[in-house]
Design a protein around this ligand. Sequence first.
Ligand SMILES: [Mg+2]
Length: 380
Amino acid sequence: MQIRAIKVFPLTSERPTLKAGKPIHPSWWGYDQSLVRVDTDEGISGWGCAGTRWELTDAARKVLTPHLIGQDASQPDAVTEKLHQWTFWYGRGGTLTSYIGAINIALWDILGRSTGLSISRMFGGRFVESLKPYASMLFSWPLDEQTANLESGMEKKFRAFKLGWGTFGRVDRRRDEELVRSARKAIGDRNELMIDAGGSDVFWHGDLKWAIETSRMLKDYDVTWFEEALRADDIEGFKQLRALSPVPISTGEVLTRRQSFEPWIHARAVDILQPDLTICGGLSEGRRIWQAAYDRNIQVVMHGWNTAVGAAADLQLSASMPNGKYLEYWHPAPYVSGILKTPLLLDDDGMLPVPDLPGLGIEIDEQALKARAAGADSYA
Ligand SMILES: [Mg+2]
């Protein structure tokens, strides 16, 4: 079964409009996603997702397509590891790694569809049949919109909520506590609350003292974890924070390649590691990272500001690991629930069943997908 073609699908409907001379907040650039479809000569296609702008994904496609056409589509690890090695000098860890990760996810999807097995089964089996999804959203101020967003999440049966970024850590301590107090009040004592400072934000200035004091405040609100409290590369800072914080510390969404995670795992720098499959290099890479973390008693929760393809990949990998527990679920989720023929829905206990269908276990609605490509001018 050979790779015959690769197509990139932009997701741009959530991209803010650019106006000349009025730059949007640069953090928005990180939220762009693009889907990739790999077609084979046997009529089976698989889907992958790259956590970057579609223009960059398409540039990677143009460079790498000659290396992919004719490759054996039933060998995800072998095909994509060769691509990682071949592109070593082209800027490893960036767009190319993200794109190769998308190809990797698509090839696992193809292998599953051709064998009739879900990816979690191909990874050796399923430790759980469902995961706890948490509705992932941004802090907002004034609080009305934030409260409404949390309430709509509860209506959709979520029992865990993560709030991040916004003005948290960016105004003063009083604001931080007001944001968290309000969220806890809105969701009640029985639902879980996670807090994400967003330390990979542009010029993030929250330092170790701020993070330690904030972690103590968060303990009062029974927070499940405190995410990205420091700048993304500050491994020494995270080690100290983890030692002093009364709540679990997490980070990892912007790290790429298994080699970048190794020092974090070796140093036990966090309680929870959060690789993003659409950034770190795909399912094969994510699986290696997770296994290494598990062996050192570090919890893993996949990061996903995400699409249906990314979420499905997270579900399959998480179910196949002995300590898989949570799933990040962007809420509201235009690129998750909006592009599937059968949406991923929570059960009455607030859990998300892991599909046990071939490959990723989802069917993409290509018409809905194309409708979300607004403004992608050279897209055909
Ligand atoms: Mg985050």
